[in-house]
Design a protein around this ligand. Structure first.
Ligand code: PLP
Ligand code: ZN
Length: 420
């Protein structure tokens, strides 16, 4: 197709061939996919995109494959929900939720990065795919590998949520639980990648993987009517998604798909129990100091984030900032989102909404400009976080007298029934 040009070092700008490389051999900077934007501009139009299927491959010219995709053909184009009820509670005028809690097939935004990484891995001739994961990536690699028949190995910290473990095992993959944090899992996987020659989607083929996150941003802009929002709040683990949402907006601008220039401010959200990027941003520091994670938001529990430096820079350069929230604030925000919009997000969604709420209350995000909240994963996968935090249902015998007794006992709570 000829739209992908090379891998380019983000630090020294040197070009590298489109192979399984991720670090510059001269300066150790991370490599990023570079495109032939002039050629893309000649072919891409709003009409062409709109004529295609409702999945992320409608933007294929801006994704890093040489041929057509072969993995995850149904991934993406999740709803952008206008969140009127939540907007009222937060006291803001224009609020949207980009809802990847319902992304196909494994209910998180990771299906985007995985379908790109695995399609590319197959193009490059890899026979085995693998990953180091905080949970959602494991679900997605296992599901997509099963669907395309690739052998796969998944490495996770041993103490993840049960649903994330079971939701990986079910696909018949090889799951290895590691006694350690994600950062230790990741270090081990770097060694395994070198020794076994497998495609670790988020390690040795990370430049391709990371590009998949752009589709989250492309969709937001298209679904807003080919406009970008004034503010977008994004949960951060390794810090890649937040960078790629902005890259997506800028690319749309570059290839002529937007009427107005991008003026989006980007805000990163983390749990207080694992906030290395937010902490650096708040302190005005360039250096990201690793932390030891301790939070219920396990999908975001990366103490030494690979793209932390660039995430912080993205926030700074757009005029955004970072915010963190306690575990209790995460739970409260999960409930708030569910109660107002009927959307059950995982703990990471609580981090995003909790942080957004603080940023609005503190006057950092103005109340009269468009705001998008990035919901990246599904609440059914982190249910144990809510254990003990919701009011359990009353249990009665299966007879009408017991129900009437319950109604009379519970007045306010059973208003509709009490009115009879
Ligand atoms: C992986 C993940 C993120 C963050 O992704 P990065 O690109 O590593 O910052 C956000 N939300 C959920 C639910 C995730 O699983
Ligand atoms: Zn370099």
């Amino acid at each position: 197709m000829g739209f992908v040009k090379s891998l380019k070092c983000r630090e020294c700008g040197r070009d590298f061939p489109l192979e399984a490389l991720h670090v510059c051999e001269y300066c150790f900077g991370p490599l990023e996919v570079d495109y032939n934007y002039d050629e893309i501009k000649k072919v891409i139009t709003r009409e062409l995109i709109e004529s295609r299927g409702s999945n992320m491959w409608r933007y294929k010219e801006l994704l890093p494959l040489e041929g057509d995709p072969t993995v995850g053909m149904q991934v993406g184009f999740t709803p952008l929900v206008k969140a009127g009820n939540l907007a009222k509670v937060l006291g803001v005028e224009e609020l949207y939720i980009k809802n990847d809690a319902v992304n196909f097939p494994s209910l998180s935004f990771k299906d985007r990065v995985v379908s790109v990484a695995m399609s590319r891995a197959r193009e490059m001739g890899f026979k085995v795919v693998s990953c180091a994961s905080t949970g959602n990536l494991a679900n997605s690699v296992a599901a997509n590998a099963a669907a395309c028949g690739m052998e796969n190995y998944v490495f996770i910290p041993h103490n993840l949520e049960r649903s994330k473990v079971l939701g990986t095992l079910v696909y018949g993959t090889h799951v290895v639980g590691i006694k350690g944090t994600y950062d230790e899992v990741n270090r081990l996987c770097s060694e395994i990648a070198g020794r076994y020659g497998w495609a670790f989607v988020n390690i040795n083929i990370r430049p391709y993987y990371a590009e998949g996150s752009k589709a989250f941003g492309f969709e937001i802009a298209e679904q807003l009517g080919w406009k970008t929002p004034k503010h977008v709040v994004v949960p951060m683990a390794g810090g890649s998604l937040i960078c790629k949402i902005l890259k997506a907006f800028k690319e749309f601008e570059k290839v002529g798909l937007l009427d107005d220039p991008v003026e989006t401010k980007v805000y990163g959200a983390q749990a207080a129990g694992c906030n290395p990027i937010v902490r650096a941003v708040k302190a005005g520091k360039e250096l990201i100091e690793p932390v030891h994670p301790d939070t219920i938001a396990k999908s975001l529990a990366i103490g030494n984030p690979a793209d932390g430096y660039y995430a912080a820079r993205t926030m700074r350069e757009t005029g955004g900032t970072g915010e963190d929230v306690t575990d209790q604030e995460i739970l409260d925000a999960m409930k708030l989102l569910a109660e107002t919009e009927g959307i059950f997000a995982e703990t990471a969604g609580g981090v995003t909404l909790g942080a957004a709420k603080k940023l609005i209350e503190n006057g950092v995000i103005p109340r009269d400009e468009s705001i998008v909240l990035s919901i990246t994963g599904n609440g059914l996968k982190t249910q144990e976080a809510l254990e003990g935090n919701l009011v359990e249902p009353p249990v009665i015998n299966a007879n009408i007298a017991d129900f009437e007794e319950l109604v009379s006992r519970s007045g306010e709570k059973y208003k509709a029934a009490a009115k009879g």
